[in-house]
Design a protein around this ligand. Structure first.
Ligand SMILES: Nc1ncnc2c1ncn2[C@@H]1O[C@H](COP(=O)(O)OP(=O)(O)OP(=O)(O)O)[C@@H](O)[C@H]1O
Ligand SMILES: [Mg+2]
Length: 477
């Protein structure tokens, strides 16, 4: 390979027949003691007017003469080589000066003397100093090399996994959840397809390595709370945000709550009785009664026992609490999410639990858009580190993208999705457009802190645990 030209941070490389590189590969352009690191993002033919004419001329000659050309100097094969020459478009990502990585690329490598070779993931990692204590093996990258990120890169961070339908997003997210739990982390998953439960089992039906650390919680069944445990703040947040309770009714609700609390009879039955007999305006009573019935039918509250996050967390070294919302109604989902998030923040505030990793599938279906940014900013501060999984990049608003640390980008072919993601993401839009459009299934482009801001293409490994969540089909193949 040879350098052909450079404009801004783009380097065009001339490749002959035997030179090979795939989109996403890293190359090292060595020039004496200095070198630069470039990433290939597109491949095209060498184009010039004279080449076109050449190709046309040969086709015309071939078509019109039956005799073999006399070509004693073998010029034909040379010209064929030229016609097969390709150009790799690459982006300059960093420079290496005396073994040190710098982002300052203020010099031009020599066209004649530079040597270009492929960089292995191992070399790249050692240049970037990408190491950690808690590895998360993800699959293969580059030339079938083993690839891992580190749990530290998700710790305290906001991540997004996005890509079109069936591209492998949930698969990657299950892999992350499983490994985080193996490292002793506490993970809460908002699961819309009841598919994460599969991490409890291996493919062959035997219990998985984290079998005893997976808690499947279904709203109204395994997941029920006592009023007292939730607290006034969480319940009023639920009434306001999930059940659209007007302010006047909310004030009356506070009064009822305080009265019951003072009497020491704060439970769901007593609340129902009091709402019916409390001396209030009939409109306010209607508002309260209708909310009360919704709460009753969600079965989220119970007067005896109830789920306690801190009990699970204290009894286990790492746990996945999977909230199976596949069969819940939209309202129950919103109520559940509201209660769970407020309670977790409350426990974190009181330092009763360690930081929590939160995985939210298609969060726009149960959290209002205006409310998200607040959740993200506030919760990160308290110690809730979120990963969003979605196939609609435009469902996540720009304010969230601006705070994102890691993006795992699967294939998108739709132009408007590509537009959105290339505008807001942490890498340049040429790279994203060109690489993401042609990513095969189950491969993704990792961008952000986990790869030290050098975008990497990786093929996600198959999983040893059961991956539920396939779309149900009528016609069986
Ligand atoms: N790396 C992989 N190796 C083997 N199988 C995979 C891999 N990634 C995904 N799959 C399989 O491909 C199918 C689709 O994957 P997955 O459910 O993760 O897609 P998705 O992007 O979450 O789709 P959706 O948008 O419908 O939620 C699943 O059956 C899953 O088991
Ligand atoms: Mg999915």
């Amino acid at each position: 390979m040879k350098i052909l030209s450079k404009s801004n941070n783009e380097l065009l490389l001339l490749a002959m027949k035997d030179d090979s590189a795939s989109k996403g590969d890293y190359l090292l352009v060595e020039n004496g003691s200095k070198s630069i690191i470039v990433q290939v993002y597109d491949e095209e033919y060498l184009t010039s007017q004279s080449l076109f004419e050449d190709i046309v001329r040969e086709e015309v000659v071939n078509a019109s003469s039956l005799e073999r050309d006399c070509d004693p100097l073998n010029i034909g094969s040379l010209s064929r080589l030229v016609r097969d020459a390709r150009i790799f478009r690459s982006k300059i990502r960093a420079a290496v000066n005396n073994g040190q990585l710098t982002s300052n690329v203020s010099w031009l490598p020599s066209r004649v003397e530079s040597k270009i070779r492929r960089l292995t993931i191992k070399e790249l990692d050692s240049l970037l100093g990408r190491t950690g204590i808690y590895p998360i093996p993800l699959g293969r990258a580059g030339d079938q090399e083993f690839f891992e990120i580190f749990a530290e890169d998700l710790d305290g961070k906001l991540s997004i996994i996005t890509g079109k339908k069936e591209s492998g997003k949930s698969h990657l997210s299950k892999l992350l959840v499983k490994t985080l739990v193996q490292h002793g982390a506490f993970v809460v998953v908002f699961d819309l397809n009841n598919e994460y439960a599969g991490i409890k089992w291996n493919r062959d039906g035997s219990p998985s390595a984290i079998h005893d650390k997976v808690f499947i919680l279904e709203p109204g069944k395994g997941l029920r709370f006592s009023m007292n445990y939730c607290g006034k703040e969480a319940v009023s947040g639920m009434l306001r945000n999930a059940l659209d309770m007007p302010a006047a009714s909310l004030r009356e609700f506070f009064r009822i709550w305080d009265w019951l609390d003072n009497k020491g009879t704060l439970d769901i039955t007593a609340l129902g009785n009091t709402v019916n007999t409390w001396n209030i305006n009939e409109l306010v009573r209607d508002a309260l009664v209708s909310r009360y019935h919704t709460i009753q039918s969600s079965r989220l509250f119970t007067d005896s026992g109830g789920f306690r996050f801190e009990d699970v967390i204290k009894s286990s070294n790492g746990a996945a609490m999977i909230i199976n919302m596949g069969e819940s109604s939209g309202t129950t989902r919103r109520m559940t999410v509201e209660l769970v998030l407020s309670k977790i923040v409350n426990l974190l505030e009181r330092k009763e639990i360690p930081p929590i990793f939160l995985f939210a599938e298609e969060a726009h279906l149960y959290i209002r858009e205006t409310y998200w940014e607040d959740i993200i900013t506030r919760m990160r501060h308290f110690g809730v580190y979120t990963t969003f999984i979605t196939n609609q990049p435009d469902a996540i608003n720009d304010g969230i993208y601006r705070q994102v640390d890691n993006i795992f980008l699967f294939n998108f072919t739709n132009d408007s999705d590509l537009d959105k993601i290339s505008k807001v993401s942490l890498a340049d839009s040429d790279t994203i457009r060109s690489i993401v459009r042609t990513l095969p299934q189950r491969s993704c482009l990792a961008i952000g802190k986990a790869v030290r801001d050098l975008p990497m293409v990786l093929k996600v490994a198959p999983s040893e645990v059961l991956t539920l969540g396939e779309t149900k089909k009528f016609f069986k193949s």
